[in-house]
Write a protein that binds this ligand. Structure first.
Ligand code: ATP
Ligand code: MG
Length: 151
């Protein structure tokens, strides 16, 4: 299927609007005026975006801004989603894509979820010949970058 990444992101952010409001979070969108449609599994990419947004809501500090940016870089579309939140310690960052892996079990249990979101996200993005990576700074925030090939 042909998917428009900007449209999928806009729709997903709309679905999360109540949760963003409850945390008094703002969303800053930086989309190019034009981007190519790509061949991708719409439900799969939506699932990935939803997990990244749900993580951002769970782990952001209140009254912060989530920055979402899309760029075309060479033959790829690059999606960045950067939150201002609790962040992830360096030692955990390498394990975050493992099934059921969660930082700080007690804290995570309160937050709900299973620890599967990012492992599923990586599988879906790999199946698209893409990449997903996380950069993070404790008590500062986390940036998720997803790169998808433009066919
Ligand atoms: P699920 O996605 O299955 O509901 P989950 O959100 O806990 O559960 P993942 O999405 O795989 O699972 O994330 C794994 C862990 O990585 C989380 O439990 C959390 O500790 C950490 N994490 C993920 N995203 C962020 C983020 N934006 N900020 C801080 N920590 C994060
Ligand atoms: Mg999650």
């Amino acid at each position: 299927t042909s998917v428009h990444i900007g449209q999928l992101l806009t729709d997903a952010i709309e679905r999360f609007s109540v949760q963003f409001e409850q945390k008094r979070m703002k969303v800053e969108m930086d989309l190019p005026t034009w981007m190519p449609f790509i061949q991708a599994d719409r439900d799969g990419i939506t699932q990935v975006i939803d997990n990244v947004l749900s993580n951002a809501v769970k782990y952001s500090y209140p009254d912060t801004t989530l920055k979402v940016k899309v760029q075309t870089v060479q033959e790829t579309i690059q999606i960045e989603m950067e939150d201002q939140g609790v962040g992830i310690p360096k030692r955990d960052l390498t394990r975050i894509f493992e099934r059921f892996y969660r930082v700080d079990k007690a804290r995570s249990r309160e937050m709900g979820g299973t620890g599967l979101g990012l492992s599923i996200a990586r599988e879906i993005i790999s199946a698209h010949q893409g990449e997903i990576k996380l950069e993070s700074e404790v008590q500062q925030g986390t940036k998720v970058t997803i790169t998808l090939p433009i066919d």
